[in-house]
Unconditional design. Structure first.
Length: 293
């Protein structure tokens, strides 16, 4: 095991779950005993569900929509995902005066145990699995870190399997929703709800975090977290394959509902629907997922 993986290539399988290679072998265990503070906010999602959007919403709400405070908070919060390399240690040493806003794609079974005792708050965002797939594929294709998934058709096949990077959509989302949807310290939103009612979701999140905002502050949060404002300032650099080196990519791509229609073939769509109907049968989650607006 390398202490600090240099490139974002392949996966790191730990106890049967395919983590990103940025996750070290002992991190899942460490995460379970991670010490929680009462004002902690975890933004948890399956990849490409709107993690960065949700984190930006939380950050803006905590900062009352004040751009200066948001910038300061952005600079002082450790970057990146909780599970990457030693980010969780950085959060351990984080200032006490500010709430920690931590995003992660960790599966439910390695969540810090204290969350189950009602400590901290979890904003869990779900996105319909077809748009998640297309967004995920574009992400992988551009960054070239999983060669076998570079063609859409091979990615599609992998997306249906449980050894997919970050597990498959059903294995990841269903247990979270089924086990925790009625817990007081969890709020479940969907990407599509956030698109359809951005302002309403800002109010729901601020209520959930017990951080009431004025009408004017709500409007500022909506403005600061719109697709265009976020696209103007969000990009991230990745260390790619050695021969390519480091490259910077925009974090935001299209930001729409229904982009899957540009990629799924009719046959893939029929196959996916059959699997979806079988996996989601009788689940409460099915009522929340929409594929178009
Ligand atoms: S990651 O890499 O898993 O953390 O990606 P994640 O942030 O979860 O999801 C990326 C997708 O979210 C879209 N996005 C937004 N949509 C609407 N409004 C805002 N403000 C916004 N911010 C991020 C982003 O464009 C990715 O979706 P696609 O479909 O690829 O455009």
């Amino acid at each position: 095991m390398a202490d600090t993986p240099k490139t974002f290539l392949g996966v790191n399988v730990i106890n049967g779950f395919a983590w990103s290679p940025q996750v070290l072998d002992d991190t899942p265990e460490k995460l379970q005993s991670f010490e929680i503070r009462e004002d902690d906010v975890f933004v948890l999602t399956y990849p490409k569900a709107g993690t960065n959007w949700a984190r930006e919403l939380v950050r803006n709400i905590v900062c009352d929509g004040n751009k200066e405070k948001v910038k300061e908070d952005y600079e002082s919060n450790p970057p990146g995902q909780l599970e990457f390399v030693d980010n969780w240690k950085k959060y351990d040493n984080f200032l006490r005066e500010k709430p920690r806003i931590m995003m992660s794609h960790e599966p439910v079974d390695v969540l810090p145990r204290q969350i189950f005792e009602g400590k901290g708050r979890v904003l869990f965002v779900m996105r319909n699995p077809k748009d998640s797939a297309v967004s995920f594929w574009n992400f992988i294709k551009d960054r070239q870190f999983l060669e076998e998934y570079e063609k859409w058709d091979t990615f599609f096949e992998a997306y249906l399997r449980s050894d997919m990077l970050n597990g498959n959509w059903f294995d990841y989302n269903l247990p979270y929703y089924e086990q925790h949807r009625n817990k007081k310290n969890f709020l479940f939103l969907t990407y599509e709800e956030m698109k359809l009612d951005h302002k309403g979701c800002v109010i729901r999140i601020s209520d959930f975090l017990s951080r009431p905002l004025s009408e004017e502050q709500v409007d500022k949060v909506v403005q600061n977290t719109s697709f265009s404002s976020m696209k103007a300032k969000n990009s991230i650099s990745f260390q790619l394959k050695e021969e390519i080196g480091k490259k910077t990519f925009p974090l935001l791509r299209k930001g729409i509902v229904g982009d899957w229609k540009t990629r799924f073939t009719v046959a893939q769509n029929e196959r996916f629907d059959a699997i979806y109907n079988q996996r989601m049968e009788g689940s409460a989650l099915a009522k929340r997922i929409i594929f178009e607006t």
